[in-house]
Write a protein that binds this ligand. Structure first.
Ligand code: TGC
Ligand code: FAD
Length: 389
């Protein structure tokens, strides 16, 4: 029987399942988060500011479009991308969001559905962090049902004229280009819209209580003229944006594991130091039970995401599998963050500790990229064969 103590955040030795390269990537992102992000992130959250000054180093580390081949991208496997998301979100969901949107929602569609000219034009600069993208799918009248899209594009000679509005768009006011999904006479199509085009306006959403260290915007398109050369030629229909969401949702299954680990780690330390009724808080059975339950749920989520990553790397990923893990892992992290907040008592409501920041961030994570209910209904449809949306 081995007697060496376990790593409380890796109870099933997931690290042993990682390749040398995967471990190195995880460690290098962890170092970046510890040294560069954590010292500034609570202040950024407080000020409602995305730490854009970190973009060059994020790019330098190869985290933008990391799983794409060519065009200055690192060509990493899916597990490595997941580990990147986990470590970034251990810092803050806003950091992971920035990388998810740039990589999975903007670079991926250009890589998968773009022309050679579009790939050459945009991907190297996006990998270098010189061009930032945003992804416009959700509209003000209801994001869960993107098939009911109102934004439309009308052909005008060699150009398209786009009209409509998009809501809750991450990176909107940072972006140089927006991937805009619009209805056309031939079905839904994607367009690369330069944000300095006449008629394009991004307005930042203020007074957010969640994802405060991230830019969220409304986009308005008023007769924006876009050349046909900026239309993504490789896809028509809702499967275009939904394929991008598969990539991003996969990363989101890993991210909240990082948030949960950050919260549990803090709670273990706090409960060890805090003395009440002449004993440390962690000497109470109910406190141990709560901490143990968090570790149980984190371990389950880790196994799920690792298995999902290996399935993805084998090219066998089914979107329902992603829905199951997005639902499970975000719920896991949100419950843990809220419970850790409570274990910290009054201290838990301040930004001096990480729990409230993660808990508030996860309120967005459980809503975006498909709400918890949407993912439950995807799994329900798989089990019953009945579409209940
Ligand atoms: P349905 O109308 O049946 O299907 C339409 C077409 O799409 C195909 N498809 C998929 N393709 C790839 N991946 C998937 N996951 C796909 N799901 C469906 C489908 O085969 C069909 O193709 P075709 O060729 O037959 O036309 O649509 P559905 O009933 O399957 O989907 C309904 C539902 C509710 C699941 C879907 O509309 C949905 O997922 N709604 C949620 C919308 C959502 O997640 N929006 C996210 C916006 S982006 C965002 O939140 C970014 S936050 C990023 C950050 O800051 O980190
Ligand atoms: P709704 O679709 O109106 O849903 C409201 C409620 O109804 C939810 O609880 C939902 O689960 C429930 N519901 C919906 N349909 C059903 C049903 N059939 N049965 C039972 N319950 C149902 N979008 C982008 O396109 N790009 C981005 O970059 C982006 N970034 C975001 C960043 C943040 C911080 C946030 C909060 C959102 C972002 N979104 C983005 C939008 C996000 O994807 C949507 O908020 C999400 O898809 C839900 O849409 P909605 O907000 O319109 O809610």
């Amino acid at each position: 029987m081995p007697t060496a103590s376990l790593d409380p955040f890796d109870l099933y030795q997931i690290t042993d399942e990682l390749s040398e390269e995967e471990r190195m990537i995880k460690d290098s992102v962890a170092r970046f988060v510890d040294q560069k992000a954590l010292p500034v992130i609570a202040e950024c959250f407080d000020e409602g500011r995305f730490p854009a000054e970190l973009i060059p180093e994020i790019a330098e580390l190869g985290l933008l479009g990391s799983s794409l081949e060519g065009y200055g991208c690192a060509g990493l496997n899916a597990v490595s991308y997941g580990l990147i998301c986990q470590e970034l979100e251990r810092g803050d969901s806003g950091l992971r969001s920035f990388v998810s949107v740039q990589s999975s929602l903007c670079m991926y569609p250009i890589h998968a559905f773009g022309s050679d000219a579009q790939r050459e034009r945009w991907l190297p600069d996006m990998a270098a962090g010189k061009v930032i993208g945003c992804f416009g799918l959700t509209e003000p009248h209801g994001g869960s049902d993107p098939a009911n899209m109102k934004t439309h594009a009308r052909k005008d000679g060699d150009d398209w004229i786009i009209n409509g509005a998009k809501m809750w768009i991450t990176n909107g006011n940072l972006a140089h280009i927006a991937i805009i999904w619009a209805r056309t006479d031939d079905g839904i199509q994607g367009f690369i819209v330069e944000t300095n085009s006449d008629g394009f306006e991004a307005r930042e959403v203020k007074a957010k209580m969640s994802l405060r260290a991230s830019v969220t915007s409304e986009l308005y398109l008023d007769n924006v003229r876009v050349p046909d050369a900026n239309r993504l030629p490789g896809v028509t229909g809702l499967k275009g944006p939904l394929s991008c969401l598969n990539q991003a949702r996969y990363g989101i299954t890993w991210g909240p594991i990082g948030s949960a680990i950050a919260c549990l780690s803090e709670a273990i330390d706090y409960c060890a130091d805090r003395e009440l009724f002449q004993r440390p808080l962690s000497a109470n059975q109910t406190v141990q039970l709560r901490l143990a339950d968090m570790a149980r749920r984190i371990t389950g989520a880790q196994l799920m995401s690792l298995r999902l990553g290996r399935i993805k790397d084998a090219g066998k990923l089914n979107p329902t599998q992603v829905s199951l893990a997005k639902w499970n892992n975000v719920r896991m992290a949100l419950d843990i963050a809220r419970d850790c907040r409570d274990l910290l008592g009054g201290s838990g409501i301040t930004l001096e500790y990480v729990a409230i920041r993660h808990a508030l961030n996860l309120e967005s994570v459980i809503t975006y990229e498909g709400t918890e209910t949407i993912h439950q209904l995807v799994v329900g449809r798989e089990l019953t064969g009945i579409n209940a949306f």
